[in-house]
Design a protein around this ligand. Structure first.
Ligand SMILES: Nc1ncnc2c1ncn2[C@@H]1O[C@H](COP(=O)(O)OP(=O)(O)O[C@H]2O[C@H](CO)[C@@H](O)[C@H](O)[C@H]2O)[C@@H](O)[C@H]1O
Length: 620
């Protein structure tokens, strides 16, 4: 069921910014055929609200402005691109190279990136509950820490808006206060890697516990806290002066997961009807559909939305899914549903997951709605931060190594890892790693389920790092206590240790029941560690199954996701490790050669932004 409505004419806008004259996007090619755009006449690229003078980071801004002008003057190249084979013109001036280096786009250096530039430059505003390195509980933080710089390096003006959970060093108070939902928020800003990192300041974010909760459970006001974030991000685009000007009315808002899912709703329900952000479009980026931000119906009144928008968020659980948590016959408000219903486009983090979420098995109840939006739904495979995850320069690992000469480095890292964790230093023993949230999704129970067979009948060492469900944490403690010379179960969240395991292990386990993309398998392959993964979502898209007959593949995949299939695949991998060392080394080499840079993904996002800006708003 799709919520696609004419907006109520009477809805009064609640934005507080000074609203500039509504601007339509100039020179928009009009033809649209399904998901593709027919190339119109060649158009000069449009730059929206290009940053002006008075830069606080002169070098980056100067280069960025030069980049914008250059594209506008070029005016050449196709007006549109295919998401599969981005068509871009080439440019490789020394200045541009210097800018890319300054903004951390190391992949330009290694010769794998397409040096082309986009035909249209966008003002892009990412809205997110977490962003590495400032706040991270999982892969969302990683992605938002690295995709925006990749887009900025391609010339776009990019802002990331996240809560200010702590007093972050090297950020400045922007001096702007905005009233939102009966409170007042402020903004702290840092400019680095070509991106404006904006942290919304409100006491509800500055808590001693974690991002989403503390030892007593999740915070009761999360829905409201993240509604404030969404409104603060929309206001930031209009009001926050960065490099001398706000981003303005023509932005692409990328709303990440349920925490930011009210961005499309507010844009469609409050801002556009009030004449603000008229040229803006919203893209809902789904990193994990399982978490939807579902709350009792009465909480709708806290969100400051016009009453006739209730249906956009309305949700009713079927009888068999009611947990007694919601009164009124399973009725609830579902934040993610609001985003899916009102976003101009929807994107998820792998093509495989884009398909899965349209099925009853992967849709978590949203499959019908997502199927009805299939023409505006794309899957773009995540990249990784090649600087943060680089065995040649990783400062967390014991010894750096390169793809061309990795054997000695892997051996050294394995020995040091064994030593640090108090395991016997035995180079011939396969070290098997697992890193991840201990929950239903990640299949940590399958790892524990394999432990007895693995640790009693195979000569291996098993090292697990994770935190989450108490019973699984206890399972890891049981494993370590039962097999003290073969297993370690590190309960906690420890980034340096995750790097050390990735570098020191021979095999990495990812028996996820579902996995929208997965990053650990990408990190593992880059470090010459061979993944064993359930063939689902992004894991199936990225781990190519080893084929001993033609010598292809970068790991092992298994399906269905059960203990037998997992154990027997593990046995196959161990056999290859012990008895076919050449094949194993070639698997490592192919994994290390895989291009996991963000540049291809950034070009695909550009195409989606292009489509979003060409279409009229989904809710109009
Ligand atoms: N105990 C621990 N200590 C240290 N580091 C730890 C850790 N546990 C996890 N991590 C780190 O957190 C990240 C988790 O990445 P995943 O891709 O597994 O993300 P997650 O499921 O959170 O996110 C969702 O979003 C991402 C991004 O889109 C998708 O890849 C994914 O499929 C989807 O479920 C990795 O960097 C990992 O190393």
């Amino acid at each position: 069921m799709t919520f696609h409505t004419s907006l109520p004419g009477s809805a009064s806008p609640s934005f507080t910014g000074q609203v500039a004259q509504p601007q339509r996007l100039a020179n928009r090619p009009p033809q649209l055929q399904g998901n593709r755009v027919s190339p119109g006449p060649a158009q000069p690229s449009t730059s929206r609200s290009a940053p002006q003078a008075q830069p606080s980071t002169p070098q980056l801004t100067a280069n960025r402005t030069r980049g914008l002008r250059q594209v506008c003057q070029d005016g050449a190249g196709p007006a549109t691109m295919s998401v599969d084979s981005p068509a871009v013109s080439t440019a490789s001036s020394a200045e541009e190279q210097a800018y890319r280096e300054a903004s951390g786009q190391e992949h330009v250096d290694n010769g794998t990136a397409d040096p082309g530039k986009p035909t249209t430059l966008f003002n892009i505003v990412f809205v997110t509950s977490e962003v590495a390195p400032w706040s991270k509980t999982g892969g969302l933080g990683d992605v938002i820490g690295s995709l925006p710089p990749a887009l900025a390096a391609r010339g776009h003006r990019v802002m990331v808006v996240a809560p200010r959970y702590k007093e972050y060093p090297n950020t400045e108070d922007a001096g702007l206060k905005v009233p939102i939902l009966d409170v007042e928020v402020g903004y702290h800003v840092q400019q680095s890697k070509g991106v404006d990192w904006v942290f919304v300041d409100h006491p509800s974010y500055l808590r001693p516990g974690g991002i989403y909760g503390d030892q007593d459970g999740v915070y009761g006001d999360n829905q409201w806290r993240f509604a404030v974030l969404c409104l603060a991000a929309l206001e930031a685009a209009l009001q926050l002066n960065l490099d001398g000007s706000p981003y303005g009315n023509d932005c692409i808002f990328v709303a990440n997961d349920w925490h930011a899912s009210l961005v499309p709703v507010y844009l469609a329900a409050k801002f556009r009807p009030g004449g603000a952000l008229l040229g803006s479009r919203s893209v809902l980026a789904i990193h994990n559909l399982r978490h939807q931000g579902v709350y009792p119906p009465g909480t709708f009144g806290l969100l400051g939305l016009p009453g006739d928008w209730y249906k956009c968020l309305e949700w009713q659980y079927p009888p068999h899914q009611r947990m007694g948590a919601y009164e009124e016959e399973g009725r609830a408000v579902n934040t993610m549903k609001g985003g899916i219903s009102s976003a101009d486009r929807v994107v998820t983090v792998s093509p495989g997951y884009a398909w899965e979420i349209q099925t009853p098995e992967g849709g978590w109840g949203m499959e019908h709605m997502l199927r009805s939006r299939a023409y505006g739904l794309n899957g773009v495979l995540n990249g990784i931060d090649l600087r943060e995850w680089n065995p040649e320069s990783d400062e967390h690992i014991y010894q750096n190594y390169s793809p061309s000469n990795f054997s000695r480095g892997k051996v050294a890292n394995k020995a040091a890892l064994q030593k640090e964790l108090g395991l016997p230093e035995r180079p011939e023993v396969p070290v098997i790693g697992f890193i991840g949230r201990l929950d239903f999704q990640k299949g940590a129970d399958l790892v524990l389920g394999a432990a007895k067979w693995l640790l009693e009948t195979q000569d291996v060492q098993l090292i697990c790092l994770g935190t989450g469900d108490a019973s699984l944490e206890n399972g890891m403690r049981w494993m370590e206590n039962t097999y003290p010379d073969r297993a370690r179960g590190w309960v906690g969240f420890n980034v340096p240790m995750s790097h050390k395991i990735t570098a020191g292990a021979d095999l990495l386990l990812m028996p996820s029941r579902f996995e929208p993309c997965g990053l650990n398998q990408l990190y593992a392959m880059r470090y010459g560690t061979v993944p064993i993964a359930h063939a689902t979502g992004g894991l199936r898209d990225t781990v190519l199954p080893f084929n001993p007959w033609d010598g292809t593949g970068t790991g092992w995949t298994f399906s269905p996701c059960n203990q037998d299939a997992f154990n027997s695949t593990l046995a196959t991998a161990l056999d290859t490790f012990h008895n076919h060392s050449d094949s194993f080394r070639q698997l490592q080499e192919r994994g290390m050669a895989r291009d996991s840079s963000w540049d291809k993904a950034a070009q695909q996002y550009e195409q989606i932004f292009e489509w979003a800006s060409i279409d009229s708003p989904y809710c109009n």
